[in-house]
Design a protein. Structure first.
Length: 234
């Protein structure tokens, strides 16, 4: 076991383990029933990640492929922080490593802590590589589709909402609730930047919108407008 993993276990608690198992739905037939939690909080995971910021990719490979959720999460926090603080050459290495290991990025929090900083940042630097998103968005793997959608978060903030709207439309017929939430979330973030364009998108796609996606997308609207969209009075 790597020193990082031993350090994480110093912060583990039975109470947190039970909360995480309930929160992440580890019951039989639920989406995290395969996962193993040891009970470490996100602040403590970030604290440990900071201590091991210069860990090698060979060491990270062992950690990201761990059966323990918090080990994988810590590895992804490290990758995200590394991507934020480095240049394009290193981001390519980070992104290559990340995409090689998507089978271990297999829960919504693992995606959400990393996709925009790793893949999103890389595509901002290398727009010719956006074909990666086209591949991920049609993947049979739910988490790869979520990686594609959440990657646009940093693009929304730094560049514009075109990519988010494009991928959102591709994913409107997705049957997974966690994808409905991801699409709605990115539409909400896009609405903060360009409300009129997103409202037009919602009107055009209204009959295809899952209710969860719609609720997330309109969450920050004024109450009167939110109700009109909610009840189709548009």
């Amino acid at each position: 076991m790597h020193k990082l993993q031993k350090e994480l276990r110093k912060y583990a608690s039975k109470e947190r383990k039970e909360k995480n198992e309930y929160f992440f739905k580890t019951g039989e037939g639920e989406y995290s029933n395969f996962d193993t939690f040891i009970g470490v909080s996100m602040p403590d995971i970030r604290k440990v990640a900071k201590q091991f910021h210069d860990i090698s990719y060979n060491e990270l490979q062992d950690i990201i492929s761990s059966d323990v959720h918090e080990d994988r999460l810590c590895a992804l926090v490290l990758l995200a922080e590394r991507s934020k603080q480095t240049g394009n050459d290193e981001r390519k290495t980070i992104t290559t490593f990340y995409l090689k290991n998507t089978k271990y990025i297999n829960n919504w929090d693992l995606v959400d802590v990393s996709a925009h900083y790793v893949l999103g940042n890389y595509i901002l630097d290398n727009p010719d590589q956006r074909k990666i998103l086209d591949k991920l968005v049609v993947s049979k793997n739910t988490w790869e589709r979520r990686i594609a959608m959440v990657s646009t978060w940093i693009m929304i903030r730094k560049q514009g909402i075109d990519e988010a709207l494009y991928l959102a439309e591709k994913l409107l017929d997705d049957d997974h609730d966690l994808m409905h939430k991801a699409v709605g979330w990115m539409l909400r973030e896009s609405w903060k930047k360009q409300p009129e364009r997103v409202e037009d998108f919602l009107k055009r796609q209204y009959d295809r919108l899952p209710r969860t996606t719609l609720r997330y997308a309109i969450e920050r609207m004024k109450e009167s407008k939110r109700k009109r969209f909610l009840y189709g009075d548009i």
